[in-house]
Design a binder for this molecule. Sequence first.
Ligand code: ARG
Length: 658
Amino acid sequence: MHLPSLLKARFADALKAADYSITEEQIDTFAGLIRGAGNPKFGDYQSNCAMPLGKLLEGVNSREVATRLAELVDLTGLCETPEVAGGGFINLKLSDKFLEESVAALLKDEERLLVDVVEEAKTIVIDYSSPNVAKPMHVGHIRTTVIGHCLAKTLRFLGHRVITDNHLGDWGTQFGMIIYGYKHFGDPEAVRANPVPELATLYRFVHKLMGYHEAVGNRETLEAEIGRLTELHAAASREAEAAEGKDAKKKRKAADSLAKKVKATEDQLKGAREKIAAVEADTETLAKANAHPDIATSVLTETAKLHAGDEENLSLWREFLPFCKDEINRVYSRLKVSFDHTFGESFYHSMLSGVVEDLQERGMATESDGAICIFLDDFDAPMIIRKRDGAFLYATTDLATLRYRKNNFDPDEILYVVDTRQGEHFKKLFAVAEKIGLADMKLVHVNFGTVLDKDGRPIKTRSGTLIGLEGLLNDAVAAAHAVVCNPDRLKTFEPPMDEEEQRLVSETVGIAAIKFADLGHDRQSDYRFDLSKMVALQGKTATYAQYCFARCKSILRKNDVTEEDVVSRVERDGIRFTQPEERKLALSLIQFEEALREVYSDYGPNHLVDYVYRTAEDFSRFNNECHVLKAETEAIRTTRLALVVSTLRVVRHALDLL
Ligand code: ARG
């Protein structure tokens, strides 16, 4: 049940009956201007069509249009008599009878909870998580993983054909790094005995040495650059001081922008110095760094050898890849995330030369300076699909992937749930898709912002590398344990919770807290990672929603009824509200589909989180005002029990989708 659509249909009829000289299409647009009420005092929804319609009809007063439509619209069985307000708003209040009957229907529809299956099911591929394996998963991967999975579950529930694909980076430089690390610093026995941590250590070590040499190489340039920029800034500041009026403002701006550049370069230098210091702090590490001055090039060579089919590297890759997958699968199972496919970049390797040749033959890709490129009108630089040395790129793999998905799934939409910082890549990819005739599907970069620490910087650990994702999950579980299993709370449990139960509860609460907090933010903005807020019992948290759910269960227990009992009681007594809190909660419960459709409309799981929170709040108010066990009559008790069971089911289902 989608209330705005029900109301829209009624208004479309009214607009037809009003016989304004407007097209069918305009009728559809105007009828669709149904919004949630700005102020609940005036109703539940409002139609905002009279103002733009009045403007369009020239000379007709908007209020008159509103009054006419309010007279014509047939809202039988749905709303009370509409009221016109302000410059032409039509306020709509659903009738209690309609809400009561809807709750009864909701109770009978355990599976779909009144959420209709879409009329036109689309085939939608969702590309998410997609970490580069061989290095430990970091906190940045949490967002793509949980957003992607929530979208997949929600769109599927709405009735779309969803195909999920984890586009693993299982073929890139990071494998060159662990192969190089293994060959030069690895202990074969240790790796075989304890592959995951050993490979991670090798990865980190090679990363450290590469970072060191890069930093040493950059240090002087950065120092010189700071000197140059500082002088420029000083000169610009002097000029700004000397100038007057508008000119002074402009010059001040220029000086400020230079000051920012100085600061950014200083930060870069600071980072470089830290990398150098980290290696120099240990003589053995320093000796190794000095013994491997060309490590960066050598890593690329190992990667190139792997791609060229070198026996040794290929067999190491085959041996290591399953270990890397075990590592990420452990995280997925804790997050309860899964995929239909995990093709990964390696899957497309054999198709890459074919893709490039095909584009060359069709005249869409051309050689430039030895590289094969696709030139685009709206971009300064072309998309390079084969480098001079013959290597293929990330973009080449994405083109092959696009073609594969088109041929095998023929999707209507492909969603790429990837960090905002890859925006340029996707803009180009989509432009190329258009050019080469692969854009008859909707391609969307479902981008997301960065996770920040308390000070507003991208979250890092003390050692300067990103926190491993598993560490973060453990922290969340520990924080949840401190809250839900604190000794004072535990004392109140009869029978007491044993260790295993405490572990399970903390795991569930901790993981849900992280997911809920992540999904609750507008996906495009950055957010600060704050564990104590995430596991709090109050506020927009998973714990609050879980508490609502638990509360519903305990009310049923105290009333000694099952869900089925409540269904038959409703058949006997029907539903009738006696308190405003009952009505309010009922309205929220039947708005489930509205929230789910909003998630799809801008690929934003935050709408679902907001919905759960709103519903839990409405439940909490209901729970405070309306006693169930001590209800004045059996019929009142039935209505309240019906609301409790409905809340239980809707909140449970919504939490499952998150
Ligand atoms: N592996 C990439 C990374 O970690 C993300 C891949 C996203 N998907 C894609 N089709 N490009 O940056």
